[in-house]
Design a protein around this ligand. Sequence first.
Ligand code: URA
Ligand code: SF4
Length: 234
Amino acid sequence: MKSRGGRSGRIPENETSAADLIPTNVSLAALCSAAAGCRACDLWKSATQTVFGEGSPKSAIMLVGEQPGDKEDQTGRPFVGPAGKILDDALRLAGIDRNQVYVTNVVKHFRWSPDERGKRRIHKRPRSCEIQACHPWLDAEIRLVQPRILVCMGATAAQALLGNNFSVTRQRGRWVRSSLAPKVMGTVHPSSILRARDSESRDSQMQAFVRDLDAVARTLKVKDSFRDELSLFA
Ligand code: URA
Ligand code: SF4
């Protein structure tokens, strides 16, 4: 793959995919700085900055969301707003340390439109052309981190990575076969829990999300203890 943007320092506009901008054989940090100048779709124009994935390149778990929200756009970090708080709570309840997780999104710029009064920025779902344009960044993150467990949160991430036929409602919380990682799962997006109609349904949706993450934690522990046993015989 060529590294046009990286070599010349000039990022061509009107690209249809970020593929040509991806530097090869680089660290996550270098990938992140290359993505900061991405103009492969139009979303950069109305966003503040690229919000790249965050976490250790050695993370065993990768969580993939949809796109940054308002707070993420302002801070430049994924899952730091209200959905991020839900995610943090769910990870804690499942006994997973967020510092051991690599967190990213399918689309790296915030897509929004102003509300009627022009005061708030309302999240809009990314279009499929934007998802496609941005996909090479996510592919590169997966290649570099090589997570043992990959979790797609919400339909946008699940369908982008597992195919358009993936149904979060029907298939959530189950391990699915995929070449992306040894263990791959789709589950709900934490922001769907924020939208619950009352506190009762919010609680049960949260419990179900934590149950899915519990399965992730259990799988990791089983794998860890298996590896410990293997190393005893090494
Ligand atoms: N929703 C997402 O999908 N990603 C974020 O980073 C924040 C909210
Ligand atoms: Fe590039 Fe993705 Fe941003 Fe579009 S959303 S400009 S492809 S980083």
